[in-house]
Design a protein around this ligand. Sequence first.
Ligand SMILES: Cc1cc2nc3c(=O)[nH]c(=O)nc-3n(C[C@H](O)[C@H](O)[C@H](O)COP(=O)(O)O)c2cc1C
Length: 349
Amino acid sequence: MRTRRKLEHLRLALELPLGPGATGFEDVFLVHNAVPELELNQIELGTEFLGRRLQAPLLINAMSGGINEARDINESLAMLAAEYGLGMAVGSQIIGVEEDACLESFQVVRQVNPGGLVLANVSALAKVSVAMRAVEMVEADGLQVHLNVPQELAMAEGDRKFEGVLDNIHELVERLPVPVIVKEVGFGMSREVADKLISVGVKYLDIGGHGGTNFIAIENERGGLFDEEMALWGIPTAVSLIEVLSLNREVKVIATGGISSPLRAAKALGLGADLVGVAGILLKVLQGGGREKLSRWMDTYLYRLKAICLMTGARTPFELRRQPIVIVGKTAEWLRVRGIDVSSWGRRQ
Ligand SMILES: Cc1cc2nc3c(=O)[nH]c(=O)nc-3n(C[C@H](O)[C@H](O)[C@H](O)COP(=O)(O)O)c2cc1C
């Protein structure tokens, strides 16, 4: 059952377009700097995350593992991570914890990239012992725990009980030997939710906003219990990112959800994200042209990300935060109604 579901998720993530909802980045503008006084080779994308050096502030986010097809996908993604010095998370590992035959599809990620940033992945309701095994399985530098309530409710066979999540996350944070990153899978986090997570000790959030891979749309195709209108559910990535950053708390923030272009990545970094996460688009590129095409795609992505930094006058993604940024339209309106002042947005931490 689980194997079939994973296969269907892969197939549908490939077939369906990202969306249908918007990410909110269409309302966010970096301001062109006609006199940047920089050379392209002065732009430095590298950063540190969880004690590992990354060549760019990019995370290949959790997607795959547990089935034969997943092993090859994970190997290709891990090769990309190693080649470009990017972070990578494996897909949910419960199947690897329960079935030895599935281990290799996860372990390949660490084997291919022994010195890289690798993140384990389990449900936010996973027991400490399961989370511990997931971390050991890939010698992870951190553990992602995912929140996916709408996806479960859209699935006929999904979970219906979501109580005790905050207590469980608190226990995971206290007892795991590595940092815990709480992540949404594409429905976004509000600032109220982020505040609750921070109050139970979480120091890393992946806001996983709406506008990219859409698990309600995917479940609809599998005969799920929601419909097209429900597929618009969720907080757009840019909105969620600003909501969470507006708390101005000491928390590292990863922006995932429809960051399929370097311009969106630059906007997320300019708004204040520490890293951006990319998932579905990588599967599509890999499927369309294999490893070589994926490498060429990443070359272009990183070249353009550097070019955008230069065109704003920022030497690093971190400096992007200090450049002017304009937020208009529905995104500005939402934030205004929520009492968040975006007239001179700048991340304060
Ligand atoms: C095929 C597929 C499988 C996924 N499986 C997982 C998973 O096991 N655990 C998880 O936390 N997120 C999972 N995700 C969600 C991604 O990590 C990411 O949060 C989401 O796809 C939004 O990013 P995107 O718009 O760049 O695809 C999966 C995504 C895809 C496309």
